[in-house]
Design a protein around this ligand. Structure first.
Ligand SMILES: [Fe+2]
Length: 184
């Protein structure tokens, strides 16, 4: 079974979320192609990135234990799906860069690879995202990937700050990429 088939089998129960994932795939492939990054790999990574998003916490924790990462059970719950999906991608033989991109797509991390930046950015700016800035970020992304990436982080930082979602993981990303914004 291809990852596309597996994705559609899982998402038969969540059809309203299919346009989001297809939007991520479209934008991840577009940005990968524009930047000379593994477009075929990002096509697959998009189908993996939210594959386990609707699984209960016990599912993620069991997978973490089975794969020698019991410490991941202490992750904030909203981040667990990226980590569990990354283990499935690892098992399926995806490249280390794609596995990392899937793992860190929710909050990012320090010193991200182009694959990580592209998947995270595509996830936040794909066309079904309802916020007004997404359109501006898409326009910016096709000309300047890194500029769009830091603009997106500045937007997310404000969102996380006002919604009580700052944590040790996303703060590390923000401190690394937008220190001037953090100092405001
Ligand atoms: Fe997503």
């Amino acid at each position: 079974m291809t990852i596309k088939d597996r994705f559609y089998a899982v998402y038969a129960a969540y059809p309203h979320r299919i346009p989001h994932v297809e939007g991520v795939r479209e934008w991840a492939v577009k940005l990968a192609t524009l930047n000379g990054v593994d477009a075929e790999g990002l096509d697959a990574a998009a189908y993996y990135h939210d594959l386990t998003k609707y699984e209960p916490k016990a599912y993620h924790v069991a997978l973490f234990r089975d794969h020698g990462h019991p410490e991941w059970e202490h992750l904030p719950e909203f981040m667990m799906h990226g980590y569990s999906a990354s283990l499935i991608a690892l098992n399926d033989g995806l490249s280390a860069a794609l596995v990392q991109a899937i793992r860190h797509h929710t909050t990012g991390q320090e010193a991200m690879t182009p694959e990580e930046k592209i998947l995270m950015l595509a996830d936040k700016i794909e066309p079904t995202r309802p916020y007004a800035e997404a359109k501006t970020l898409r326009d910016e992304a096709v000309t300047h990937l890194d500029v769009a990436f830091t603009s997106m982080l500045a937007y997310l930082y404000t969102y996380d700050q006002t919604h009580g979602r700052l944590n040790a993981y996303n703060l590390k990303t923000y401190r690394y990429y937008i220190p001037e914004r953090m100092a405001e």
